[in-house]
Design a protein around this ligand. Structure first.
Ligand SMILES: [Fe+2]
Ligand SMILES: [Fe+2]
Length: 158
């Protein structure tokens, strides 16, 4: 199926954001693992895998629309040196992703591509879940303090 004007372009922009997020979250997960924050590490890695599923879906859909998936392009991976910095940078990545998805939803509505629009809407829901999780962590840190929060992230020997 041939894509409507501009659709492949915006799909590729979202793909670039996802490929960047996969790497950023993966590095953050590895850093958490290295610091011994076992519990947190799992959650961050899960987010990286969620982005991988998005990339998988996007590449498939671009090919279906007879477009060329741009897998070479990546934005700057922003690595935080502390857990709060990581959360802040990941939140920024999610917000940028949401802006792109909204751009895609507006375009798809204009060119009457409802399949792609539906895909963007689903991805926007996932962004909400990720943003909610990150904001909860930030709020918990504010309430209990960073040290207490991090102590909870260390795997307890049983
Ligand atoms: Fe995503
Ligand atoms: Fe996300």
């Amino acid at each position: 199926m041939k894509a409507k004007e501009g659709v492949v372009n915006v799909l590729n922009k979202v793909l670039t954001a996802d490929l960047t997020a996969i790497n950023q979250y993966f590095v953050h997960a590895k850093m958490c693992e290295n610091w011994g924050y076992e519990r947190l590490q799992h959650k961050v890695r899960e987010r990286s895998i969620d982005e991988m599923k998005d990339a998988d879906e996007l590449i498939g859909h671009i090919l279906y629309l007879e477009g060329v998936p741009n897998v070479q392009r990546m934005n700057t991976v922003q690595v935080g040196e502390t857990v709060p910095e990581q959360l802040k940078l990941d939140l920024k990545a999610e917000q940028e992703m949401l802006a792109l998805l909204n751009e895609g939803i507006v375009l798809c509505t204009k060119v009457l591509d409802f399949t792609t629009r539906h895909m963007f809407e689903d991805m926007a829901k996932d962004v909400d879940v990720h943003i909610d999780w990150i904001e909860t962590q930030m709020e918990t840190i504010k309430q209990v303090g960073l040290e207490n929060y991090l102590a909870e992230q260390i795997k307890k020997e049983s």
